[in-house]
Write a protein that binds this ligand. Structure first.
Ligand code: FAD
Length: 427
């Protein structure tokens, strides 16, 4: 008899709640990862995120190897994989960590039904966030839709039990199933390597975070986002660390949970405006303008540098993400869903909750969003946040030779955006 621990977006052996509980099972624990066809089939064959998952699994496998164990890697639809695992092993218990995205919630319900129908006990844990689902609500039990009161309640609750417990899985490492499963290459999974790679995270410059984080040329942010997305770092360790080091940085980690909570409570935000009063806006949705935005050729250096950074590295600095998103929705009047989808394809740190939440924030359609009449001026943003043009020259080498004509005139686009929003917002 065996127990299975199913890795998904928690790709680490350290401080992993579900794994910590699984390893205390009376049966040896098979660590499993499934390359899920339902997710992979829509991705390009050289998707850099699949490469990162593969690399992270290979690190886990090397750690397991020292314990005489190894990862069991499968590929297929999750239901078919579980079906065959049930045939192959005498599985008594399955453990996994909760995922709050609508697709994952549905998938997990199907798998739990299948397992339970075969007398397998299923256990799922909170691992991805400090507070989940309905743990942080208004006094009337309804979800918060405004960030600051959410954050205050979050901090109040965190401080009651700070630091939060971390889970030392290594105490139980001897309970891994002893085996040497074959570890597939990326090619065997049907993918190829991509030169775009996830950077290691960097917390060395966080002490001055509040002063430096808005300046893309300084490049002092943590690069944690893909690691949080795939769980190669633990949120508990980070939050306990941030709570001692830097409040502003901590509040960014709380933004992450805020948007996870919004997606959980209002799953329609994936493709519908959070504020339905904004449904009447007449977007221009011009395909040529969209192409110019995607390729970083709008003639606005801050916008173009950001899009080129995204295209070349799979990353864009947060300040610049806000500028390019506002530009797309307001200057070009292209609906936020187009930009959200482009980011989803390109970002190494793409995460549904944060991407949708931030895009709706920029478009003004989201909860606690930027007011519709606030239209970032990309030239002023450049003067404020990249005064010496260091960031833009990095991504636009031809900049000094004289830069192209802007795709739209700022003053005209601003007036047009405000008028279009005003006319479209239902009273
Ligand atoms: P740091 O400044 O070091 O922040 C630390 C961590 O805090 C981040 O890794 C992230 O987990 C969290 N965080 C910071 N800002 C935000 C925020 N505004 N919303 C939610 N969490 C935040 N972040 C994603 O992780 N995935 C996305 O798909 C994503 N899409 C975005 C789209 C737009 C239009 C905008 C404006 C922002 C988006 N963000 C997204 C948020 C933010 O830009 C990135 O989290 C951040 O730039 C990642 O770099 P970092 O880890 O160095 O950030």
């Amino acid at each position: 008899a065996v127990t299975v621990f199913w890795f998904r977006r928690d790709l680490r052996l350290e401080d992993n709640v579900g794994l910590f509980h699984a390893l205390q099972s009376p049966y040896p624990v098979i660590p499993l990862f499934i390359f899920d066809d339902a997710i992979l089939d829509s991705l390009p064959k050289n998707d850099a995120r699949v490469g990162f998952i593969h690399e992270s699994l290979s690190k886990i496998n090397a750690q397991l190897d020292e314990l005489g164990s190894s990862l069991l890697i499968k590929k297929g639809t999750t239901a078919a994989v579980w079906q065959s695992l049930i045939q192959e092993y005498n599985i008594k218990e399955v453990f996994f960590n909760k995922d709050y995205e609508p697709y994952a919630i549905k998938r997990d319900l199907v798998i739990c039904d299948l397992l339970q129908a075969n007398n397998v006990v299923t256990n799922c844990d909170k691992d991805q966030v400090i507070f989940e689902e309905k743990e942080i609500t208004k006094d009337d039990g309804l979800p918060y839709t405004v960030y600051t009161p959410y954050k205050n309640k979050w901090l109040e609750k965190y401080r009651l039990n700070a630091p939060v417990t971390e889970f030392d899985c290594s105490v139980y490492f001897s309970n891994f199933y002893k085996s040497i499963f074959d570890f597939p290459t990326l090619e065997q999974i049907g993918f190829t390597a991509n030169p775009i790679k996830v950077k290691p995270h960097n917390l060395t410059q966080i002490s001055n975070y509040q002063e430096t984080r808005d300046f893309p040329a300084l490049d002092t942010t943590s690069y944690l986002s893909p690691h949080l997305r795939f769980g190669t770092v633990s949120i508990r360790k980070l939050v306990n660390w941030a709570a001692r080091k830097n409040d502003v940085f901590l509040s960014e980690l709380i933004w992450r949970e805020f948007f996870i909570q919004i997606l959980y409570s209002f799953p329609k935000v994936i493709d519908h405006n959070f504020k339905s009063a904004y449904d009447g806006i007449q977007w221009r949705n011009n395909e040529d303008d969209f192409k110019r935005w995607c390729t970083g050729t709008t003639g606005y250096p801050m916008v173009d540098a950001g899009m080129r950074q995204l295209n070349e590295t799979g990353y864009m600095h947060n300040r610049v993400r806000m500028v390019v998103a506002s530009f797309l929705c307001k200057h070009l009047l292209i609906q936020w869903q187009w930009g959200e989808a482009y980011f989803a394809e390109k970002l190494l740190d793409y995460e549904l909750a944060a991407n949708v939440g931030n895009w709706q924030w920029a478009a003004g359609t989201g909860c606690d969003a930027a007011p519709y009449f606030r239209v970032f001026n990309p030239e002023i943003q450049l003067k404020k946040f990249d005064e010496k043009g260091i960031y833009i020259r990095k991504w636009i080498p031809e900049f000094d030779l004289g830069y192209g004509q802007p795709l739209v005139d700022h003053a005209m686009a601003r007036d047009r955006a405000i008028a279009t929003y005003k006319a479209g917002i239902l009273k």
